[in-house]
Design a protein around this ligand. Structure first.
Ligand code: HSE
Length: 304
């Protein structure tokens, strides 16, 4: 029986000003999926070797939609090995969905383009976040830095500078199952024009930073007056983590996606260990244990 193996990376979304628009694939963690066809007409899903309900998982929801769309009668069995931590804000549900759609596309020889794969993965992502957003799935599938325009969907990828490094500080906050939904529910429905201008100017500067491979410009434009203002209260120590990382040489700091992980952008030659140490200490000062990871951008989902 043919078995396809796919790995998909973790990702960080928003990068400050680009809520639901910017995504960056990071090589900190990977989900692995093995997928094979079965005669049984349905989807069987095993997560970390345990049989699970396939109606709610992002991987199987995405695949179910593909089966319906292409009228595929054969069933599939999916073996999902979760390497991306769940509920941390580093694109865990997106990695599973990305690996699943790429694997399904391969095994049924659908030959779909990237945009179609991203659309299907986005449907899977909705099962976890409540609303479709493509920033994490686009980054996980394409790799690198992505810019998403959702309606109509278009995604642009830019290769990040090779010396770009990302420090992740992952506080151990007990998050709800619907964490992203909750983190989205605190966001304002109306914003000031001045805040929109501020974010737009930083977002465009960031795109230029990626195009010019200018890490300082990327870090310098990780500024957001809209989403972080609303979400920082969900992350004890947010201000200290940010302030101390910058003091230690980080070029920019932001909440990773819906949090609670925080990311610091730096150059390969920065004091990466010291930045991680100070972010960890800052969370510990607020009685939170914290893991740190130093990583690079990832090249995206790969069929093994
Ligand atoms: N852009 C999304 C958010 C990412 O910030 O809610 C969540 O994974």
């Amino acid at each position: 029986m043919q078995r396809i193996k796919v790995i998909a990376p973790s990702s960080t979304a928003n990068l400050g000003p680009g809520f639901d628009v910017f995504g960056l694939a990071i090589d900190a963690f990977y989900d692995e999926i093995q997928i094979c066809k079965t005669k049984y007409n349905g989807i069987k899903l095993h997560v970390n070797k345990i049989n699970v309900n396939s109606n709610q998982n992002t991987a199987s929801v995405a695949i179910n939609n593909m089966r319906k769309k292409f009228d595929i009668k054969e069933g599939v069995e999916i073996f999902l090995n979760k390497g991306v931590p769940i509920g941390a804000g580093v694109g865990s549900s997106a990695a599973s969905a990305a690996a699943a759609v790429v694997g399904f596309n391969k095994i049924f020889e659908l030959d779909l383009d990237h945009l179609s794969l991203i659309k299907f993965a986005g449907i899977g992502e909705k099962a976890s976040a409540g609303t479709i957003h493509y920033d994490n799935v686009a980054a996980a599938i394409l790799g690198g830095f992505v810019i998403v325009r959702s309606n109509p969907l278009n995604v642009t990828k830019i290769k990040p500078p090779i010396n770009l490094r990302i420090c992740l500080a992952m506080p151990q906050i007990k998050t709800e199952k619907q964490k992203t939904k909750i983190a989205r529910s605190v966001l304002p429905s109306r914003i000031k024009l001045a805040d929109s201008t501020y974010n737009l100017s930083n977002a465009t500067q960031m795109v230029c930073g990626f195009m010019n491979k200018d890490i300082k410009a990327i870090g310098d434009s990780m500024k957001d007056h809209i989403v972080e203002k609303a979400r920082e209260k969900l992350i004890p120590g947010f201000y200290d983590v940010k302030y101390n990382a910058i003091k230690e040489g980080a070029l920019g700091v932001a909440i990773s996606g819906a949090g609670p992980t925080m990311i610091a952008i730096a150059d390969k030659s920065s004091k990466l260990d010291a930045i991680c140490r100070t972010m960890k200490k800052s969370f510990e000062k607020h009685n939170l244990k914290c893991n740190t990871v130093i990583c690079k951008p990832s090249r995206g989902t790969i069929v093994k």
